[in-house]
Write a protein that binds this ligand. Structure first.
Ligand SMILES: Cc1cc2nc3c(=O)[nH]c(=O)nc-3n(C[C@H](O)[C@H](O)[C@H](O)COP(=O)(O)OP(=O)(O)OC[C@H]3O[C@@H](n4cnc5c(N)ncnc54)[C@H](O)[C@@H]3O)c2cc1C
Length: 291
């Protein structure tokens, strides 16, 4: 059972931030409520005031500005999945969004809520990393931009400060000629593993490579060292490099044994699925399959 809650419905970022500051620890930002209401209902989180940010118009847009897609924090997974402009600019994001949970969660949950909650078992953040996405955070006084890779601190932890809202996600297009793919593995609704790749290929050689892995460790991460090693190789060599990358991946991703599988299994599947995703991207299949 939920205890009675006060609902505040600001229409500007400043009002919302002020409410968060005024109510302090008692207040929580409420967007779609997909996570928040579950936590409150199960007694895992206490709150007296919900600051509903959905009436702030600024948080609802999807626009293209000079090649950079601007997505408001309150845009739902369902809207992103069905947006023509997103499909054109970031097809792997479209695919990742279509794989989130089920249509109920996709219609309720927002991109901002997903990123701000920083649950390791999430889809969009992993794809956004290969786009070098950034987030715009704001409070009563100012706004600031932060690279998404620096926004995620740990599982359920971000750089958001008290009084801050996540306002927008900025998603640059991939470099000209770069193809992408996202692959995900799941046993339950939330993913066990998600891999995103971006590649630019010339005569069979990888000229540019971007790799990201989510769900295996506390936060989604780019694999900078592997990107450098795979650059200027061919697919067959890249797969060999991935097969030998266990130690690097273990140190970076810090997988643990849990109900979703052993750490060794997750590392093995990470290597296999990165290789498969590279192959899919080379073939230009951004809407890769999930298993
Ligand atoms: C059954 C189930 C299955 C799921 N499966 C998947 C899956 O397969 N893949 C996947 O990626 N995700 C999955 N999710 C997670 C889902 O995507 C998120 O629950 C959803 O996107 C959260 O968005 P929301 O708007 O509902 O956030 P809310 O529940 O409203 O908020 C979540 C948290 O973020 C904070 N917050 C929300 N908006 C902002 C903002 N603008 N600024 C700052 N803080 C904010 C809230 O205070 C709260 O702490 C699943 C969730 C459920 C319940």
């Amino acid at each position: 059972m939920l205890s009675p809650l006060k609902l505040v419905q600001p229409t500007t970022v400043q009002e919302a931030s002020r409410a968060l500051t005024d109510y302090g620890e008692k207040a929580k930002i409420y967007a779609g409520g997909a996570e928040l209401l579950l936590l409150l209902r199960n007694g895992l989180l206490q709150s007296e005031v919900l600051v509903d940010v959905k009436k702030i118009q600024r948080l609802h847009g999807i626009t293209l500005d000079d090649g950079i897609l601007h997505v408001g924090a309150c845009v739902t997974h369902h809207t992103l999945e069905n947006s023509a402009i997103v499909r054109e600019q970031a097809p792997s994001l479209t695919y990742a969004e279509s794989q989130v949970a089920n249509v109920r969660v996709r219609s309720q949950g927002t991109l901002g809520g997903n990123l701000a909650f920083s649950d390791p078992h999430s889809d969009p953040g992993t794809v956004l990393l290969i786009h070098n996405a950034s987030v715009i955070l704001g409070n009563e006084k100012a706004e600031r931009r932060i690279a998404l890779k620096d926004f995620f601190v740990d599982m359920y932890a971000t750089v958001l400060e008290p009084g801050d809202l996540l306002l927008e996600v900025h998603i640059p297009a991939l470099p000209a000629g770069m193809k992408s793919a996202y692959l995900r593995l799941h046993r339950y609704q939330r993913p066990t593993l998600g891999v995103a790749v971006g590649v630019r290929v010339n005569n069979g050689d990888f000229e540019e490579v971007r790799l990201a892995v989510g769900c295996v460790g506390p936060k989604a991460q780019r694999l900078a060292e592997l990107e450098t090693k795979i650059k200027a190789t061919k697919l067959i060599d890249a797969k060999r490099i991935l097969a030998e990358a266990s130690n690097y991946l273990r140190a970076l991703l810090q997988p643990v044994d849990d109900l979703l599988g052993s750490a060794e299994y997750k590392l093995y599947m990470t290597r296999v699925m990165l290789g498969d995703a590279l192959e899919q991207a080379v073939q230009g299949n951004s809407a890769a399959a999930s298993s």
